[in-house]
Design a protein. Structure first.
Length: 614
């Protein structure tokens, strides 16, 4: 068939058929006498060529070689942690709002101007059961802000801070790279374009698409063809670890270095709280000169959150690394004297191993250097589901995977400083990963549910708590066990949304509050430069100062019928079904001010506010 294909494709096919790669089965049905299916054959060679190009470094032959080795280890039941002993590592614990935290934020905000952000958003979130991309989900339904909108606006708020000024006096555009996949790319582009990049410059955001890898049918790493079409290879996602090779291949790291970027901060598709802790964590990276800093929260045993452990090898090597949630229990069981695995410490009610939330801060210079050496390759693993205990056949084709938090494995044996920073759950971690049905099971087990419902309430509760720490009088949220959302009850209270432009650090929020109080039934939505002096709210209040303008609220008492979060089961509308409630808006007081370079002072005069009855 050689005349059908360009020479490079012929070379690739021959390589694949070599003894070493042993993939002759891919072509065994090709009829050498008839020339039928030529177009399909061309498409297949094109697919193979892409798969070869995308698996870097090394191409398809390297993939097959790695797969054979890992499948052999899996069949032999080799423990990936053989020879390594886990212990609880020492990291930096930071209490949000404390003196130490304020100091770290000051240092961190200075570093923020030298930070590039990387969002990994190639996953479809199958556990959630949502049809769209996860970054399109609303963080909360009071404003319907999407995750991607919140993230971009948080980056822009950092960019707007006084500290973010180049030596020349010019403000820089803080870069954001987003890793997408075939499943999420088009929808991510559409979300950005239809929202005008959420106020960012188009050039500020770079999209990098990860490609899938071929599936494997057996322990000899034979590549899988589609059951319905023998000219199409089956593929699956390779995992978020691809982000490193993509950053390397795209040349972004070099470009960022030239721009003066010093840090790269990675984060995931749904964690509405991530930007609350980034300034402080950047402060830790800077002051402790961490080359790699994982952000953590206290972890409940068995929670689907990896644990950070110090692993010490019998030969003396040490590494501080995430042990993924499905591997932590067997590792701990194998190494403890009494066989106890992933269990809570009775004294704290949490696992002694800090939970990795996969927000990673990496020092750019050594990272770029290391990736130039490795090409961004990350340790892979394979997780085949065998048909029976002979471990000779798989239930369905498997593939190699990799995780972005495994990057420090490549630093073992070097002097690189790898550390972690722990914040409390309420301010650091609130992902949306589980369907209402799976969330309910976790709820019944006393586990965090990580549902759209918990995500929304935790977002409001975090903002309320920050206001309390800043001196405001906001009641603690309470659980009303009669009020169930998709069968679960959560602590709820005032619904507070502080947009990133209101303050991207604790001190900034605190500087805007001087005697503010809210009742539990209140809703407060604040955007832009707004300050509160002697303000009482008992109702729903939306206040927004457009960019460049300022509002000072003084001696005000806002009162109206407010909004209500009403439980609603089995709704047709997808988001309502996921959260299990709808918002009934009754009355809202609102104020919008957009005069550039001017301040609106509202002193005791309620007539300046608009009262809407819905
Ligand atoms: N993702 C990709 N490409 C992939 C797979 C995932 O970009 O091929 C993205 C995904 O969109 C998300 C992130 O990677 O933003 C994480 O994926 P997810 O399925 O949410 O990860 P988990 O299996 O829940 O676990 C990760 C870490 C774990 C950590 C946890 C914290 O592996 O160590 O505790 O996230 O949320």
């Amino acid at each position: 068939h050689a005349e059908l294909f360009p020479p490079l494709q012929v070379k690739l096919a021959l390589k694949l058929c070599s003894n070493e790669c042993d993939q002759g089965h891919l072509f065994s049905d090709w009829d050498s006498t008839s020339r039928g299916d030529d177009e399909k054959k061309k498409k297949m060679m094109h697919q193979l060529e892409l798969l070869d190009k995308n698996y870097q470094p090394g191409g398809l032959c390297e993939y097959i070689k790695n797969a054979k080795k890992l499948l052999k280890h899996a069949k032999e039941g080799q423990n990936p942690f053989d020879g390594w002993h886990p212990s609880v590592p020492k990291g930096e614990n930071v209490e949000y709002g404390s003196k130490k935290h304020r100091e770290l934020e000051k240092i961190g905000l200075k570093q923020a101007k030298k930070t590039a952000f990387v969002l990994v958003a190639g996953g479809l979130g199958e556990r959630l059961g949502y049809k769209g991309i996860k970054v399109r989900l609303p963080v909360e339904r009071a404003t319907m802000e999407t995750y991607l909108g919140l993230y971009v606006k948080s980056i822009l708020a950092i960019q707007e801070t006084d500290e973010v000024v180049r030596t020349s006096g010019q403000k820089i555009d803080v870069p954001l790279a987003i890793m997408t996949s075939e499943d999420t790319h088009a929808m991510t582009v559409d979300l950005l374009e239809s929202n005008d990049y959420f106020g960012a410059k188009k050039t500020q955001i770079t999209l990098m698409k990860q490609e899938k890898v071929p599936c494997l049918v057996d322990n000899d790493a034979h590549l899988a063809l589609n059951d319905e079409d023998k000219y199409v290879l089956q593929t699956k996602p390779h995992g978020h670890g691809d982000v490193h090779s993509l950053l390397h291949q795209s040349g972004l790291l070099k470009k960022w270095k030239q721009m003066g970027v010093k840090w790269v901060t990675f984060f995931q598709d749904t964690n509405s709280l991530v930007f609350r802790v980034i300034p402080g964590a950047l402060g830790v990276s800077k002051s402790r000169d961490f080359e790699f800093n994982s952000l953590c929260v206290p972890r409940k045993a068995k929670e689907a959150v990896g644990g950070i452990a110090q692993l010490t090898h019998t030969d003396g090597r040490k590494m501080t690394i995430n042990v993924e949630y499905n591997q932590l229990d067997p590792l701990l069981r194998a190494s403890s004297s009494d066989g106890s695995g992933d269990v809570n410490d009775p004294a704290t009610g949490f696992s002694p191993y800090p939970g990795n939330i996969n927000q990673l801060i990496v020092k750019l210079e050594p990272y770029e250097k290391q990736l130039s050496k490795t090409g961004g390759a990350i340790d892979e693993f394979v997780n085949p589901k065998y048909k029976d205990s002979s471990k000779t056949a798989f239930k369905s084709p498997t593939r190699l995977e990799c995780m972005m938090q495994d990057y420090p494995k490549s630093l073992t044996g070097t002097k690189a400083s790898v550390g972690f920073t722990v914040f409390d759950n309420w301010v650091g971690y609130s992902p949306v990963k589980n369907s209402p049905e799976d969330g309910k099971k976790k709820f019944d087990d006393g586990q965090p549910t990580h549902t759209a419902t918990s995500g929304e309430f935790e977002f409001y509760n975090c903002a309320s708590r920050i206001l309390r720490l800043a001196g405001a009088n906001v009641p603690e949220p309470e659980i009303d066990s009669k009020q169930k959302f998709n069968g679960m009850s959560f602590p709820t209270g005032s619904k507070v949304v502080l947009s990133p432009s209101f303050g991207c650090s604790f001190e900034r929020v605190e500087s805007k509050i001087d005697n503010l109080s809210l009742t539990a039934k209140s809703v407060l939505i604040v955007e832009g430069d707004v300050s509160f002096e002697n303000v009482q709210i008992d109702g729903a209040f939306e206040v927004k100062a457009e960019k460049g303008s300022k509002i000072v609220l003084k001696n005000l008492s806002v009162k109206n019928k407010s909004w209500e979060w009403r439980s609603k089961a089995n709704a047709k509308e997808e988001i309502t079904r996921l959260c299990g409630f709808e918002i009934k808006k009754k009355e809202t007081s609102s104020l919008l001010y957009s005069e550039k370079n001017k301040t609106l002072v509202v002193d005791g005069d309620l007539s300046q506010l608009e009262l809407k009855t819905h």
